[in-house]
Every structure is written in structure tokens, then in C-alpha cells.
Unconditional design. Structure first.
Length: 160
């Protein structure tokens, strides 16, 4: 038996003002997108913004449904929409933020497992790392690759 360790890399910022202009814009768009959430059950509005390599930005918000598995997270909605419009353009970055009671949450809200897996496959599909920006009122977490959010991703893409 061998015991091994996985290290992940991320940056932590205390304020959105510490981010570069393009990351700040993306996070601000994610926060605004949360207003489009349909969350009558959880009252937890999540917004996401995706920036493609060509500079196009797409936003979305979570959409709940009484049959809970029928809803969709903001991250997947934004990714699927962006990639359906520009299927051959890699995703450069994704920002996500949650809002409750009209305020950005005090702590980061990380993508769920399903969203992490979709992010991972989007990263493989584009053959480029995706920068992930996770905002909150208290701090902002930034990873340079989805692998830092999902080190043991399911990989079922055919290899050439």
C-alpha cells in the first residue's frame, strides 16, 4: 500500500478589486445573472458567466423544479448555452456566485459535482485549462484549471 497526497493550487483574494479587469467583469456578470434564478424552493440564487476564448460571454442562473432532478445549475446552463453557440471555441473562464436575500453570500459557493464534471469535460473538449472564479462577499477563490476542483474526474473521452 502507498499513501499519496494530491495538492491543488488556487488563489484567494479578499476583494473583487484585487482581480484583473476581465475576471472582475466576469464575476460581476455572474452576480447579476443570479437575479434570473428560479429558486422558489431553496431561495438560493446562483449566477454563472462563461467567457470563451473569442471573448464572447454567456450568463445563466439556476432553475429549480418541484421534481428536483429536473432543475439545472447555473454553471451547466451557461456552459451548455455557450458551447451550443460556439461549439469549436474553447472555454477560457467561468465565474460563479450565489445570492441570498439580495446579497452575495459571505463564503464562496463551489460548483456541485455534476457541474465540476461538465467543466472537466469542457476543459478536455477545448484542450485548454479553464480558469474558475468563485466569488463571495468575503473572499474570491480562483483556480487555473478544473483539475484543481475535481482531481479524480471521470474521463470517458475516446483517445486517438
Amino acid at each position: 500500500m502507498q499513501e499519496k497526497t494530491i495538492n491543488i493550487r488556487y488563489k484567494e483574494y479578499e476583494s473583487v478589486l484585487e482581480l484583473g479587469q476581465s475576471d472582475r467583469l466576469l464575476l460581476e456578470k455572474a452576480i447579476r445573472a443570479a437575479s434570473g434564478a428560479y429558486a422558489p424552493y431553496s431561495h438560493f440564487n446562483v449566477g454563472a458567466a462563461v467567457r470563451l476564448e473569442n471573448g464572447e460571454i454567456f450568463t445563466s442562473a439556476n432553475q429549480e423544479n418541484a421534481a428536483f432532478p429536473s432543475g439545472l445549475c447555473a454553471e451547466r446552463s451557461a456552459l451548455f448555452y455557450a458551447q451550443s453557440q460556439y461549439p469549436d471555441i474553447p472555454v477560457a473562464a467561468l465565474a460563479v456566485a450565489a445570492v441570498t436575500d439580495g446579497k452575495v453570500t459571505p463564503e464562496p459557493t463551489y460548483p456541485c459535482g455534476a457541474c465540476r464534471q461538465v467543466l472537466q469535460e469542457s476543459q478536455e473538449r477545448g484542450n485548454k485549462p479553464i480558469r474558475v472564479i468563485i466569488g463571495s462577499a468575503g473572499r474570491i477563490i480562483v483556480t487555473e484549471s478544473v483539475a484543481d476542483l475535481l482531481p479524480f474526474a471521470f474521463d470517458n473521452l475516446p483517445r486517438q
